[in-house]
Design a binder for this molecule. Sequence first.
Ligand SMILES: Cc1cc2nc3c(=O)[nH]c(=O)nc-3n(C[C@H](O)[C@H](O)[C@H](O)COP(=O)(O)OP(=O)(O)OC[C@H]3O[C@@H](n4cnc5c(N)ncnc54)[C@H](O)[C@@H]3O)c2cc1C
Length: 419
Amino acid sequence: MTEHPLTSRAPIDVAVIGGGPAGLAAATALKEAGIGRVVVLEREPQAGGIPRHCGHPPFGMREFRRILRGPVYAARLVARAERAGVEIHTLTTVAGIRPGGNLLVALPEGLIELTARRVIYATGVRERPRSARLIAGARAGGILNTGALQSMVYLKNRRPFRRPVIIGSELVAFSAIMTSRHAGIRPVAMIEAAPRVTARWPAALYPRLAGVRLLTGTRLLEIRGDTRVTGVSVAGPDGQKREIACDGVVLSGQFTPEASLARLGHLALDPGTGGPVVDQWGRCSDPAFFATGNLLRPVETAGWSWAEGRRCGQWVAEDIAGRLPAPAAFLDVEIGDPRLKYVMPQRIALPQGAEGMAALQLRVTEPVRGELRALNESGILWRRKIHALPERRLLVPLAEIGLPDTAGTIRFEIGEARA
Ligand SMILES: Cc1cc2nc3c(=O)[nH]c(=O)nc-3n(C[C@H](O)[C@H](O)[C@H](O)COP(=O)(O)OP(=O)(O)OC[C@H]3O[C@@H](n4cnc5c(N)ncnc54)[C@H](O)[C@@H]3O)c2cc1C
């Protein structure tokens, strides 16, 4: 193990893994709350997270009351954290987590181990790669996720293709169009398997304004090409196979939390969100670890993740001061319907306390019209009519449910809406 300023200076009160909007906001809030030594551990050469390579707006309304491009926004978050006294260590990858706030950290100089009183885990999300999407066809060059496209265009000034197709229509697919336009790339089509665009209106108008064909109800069957992509085969709403000539494919969206550390370590994971199991304070199954930002669930905007990070920093400061109630028992929160994708937090620590996350976050797997219900063994505790679409957040205020104050399970289901 190598000697390094991270370990040779004063003991670390809080180590934040990941210097994106959530991690930087948490670290800044901790310093503002008077916590001594707060370090951010970031694997990239600069902190700032995904916005660093999103050279387009809109970022920053919630945090700076103005609309900024991603890199400007990221730089402002870093400057604010540094002004507050946060130590930011870049090129610093957390390679392992162990019980009690112990971390294995990979540096250019070698591996070190460090222990912090608390760890905030804020490693964000990634788009599902090609291998996990089970797409048939060529392993040709020119197949990228949006994040990789952005980093090539905005950070490396490269143009990986000229006429790609964009797969998916979550908000991030519109970033792919904006990024392409910036680089002089002209996408030939945006392809969405569902009958309608996933992102909220008026995003659906944007492909048309940008001169990109929008093909909904259309599935990608196969990528063709040899060393380079030459086209894709798709099936339209009528089931007919069609060929589209293109020289690249952007696989957008289908985010999953970047939770490898939890998976390889000791923290409980939730199969619904793909992130760590947390309580209403963001506290993981090991109470030395808290999680925040998009790692909690795919996927929210930078402003939302920043606000979550900020609150998490405040709760960790409370915890260090001994003011967070120690859990005496847990109320588990579950989903009991295949049309529900996840619920977060997955458990409520009892006694509940006045603070903590104000609402449960849920999402659906398909368009749903019906009644969302929270039940326990005594019957229905809460119900609300919903008309929900995939990738749109549903918030259920905890105060509305009237949660029991003894250990047990709350289950969410979808039923027929009453007339
Ligand atoms: C292509 C794209 C375009 C987007 N456009 C917009 C937009 O226009 N407006 C908007 O509001 N939002 C946008 N978003 C969403 C926004 O970027 C995220 O909501 C936000 O970045 C989430 O913040 P975070 O801190 O949770 O995660 P991230 O920003 O992902 O930060 C996580 C950080 O953790 C680091 N990390 C991961 N693992 C380790 C490790 N083991 N050790 C050390 N460091 C690690 C990563 O390098 C990264 O810096 C976009 C997202 C994408 C992918």
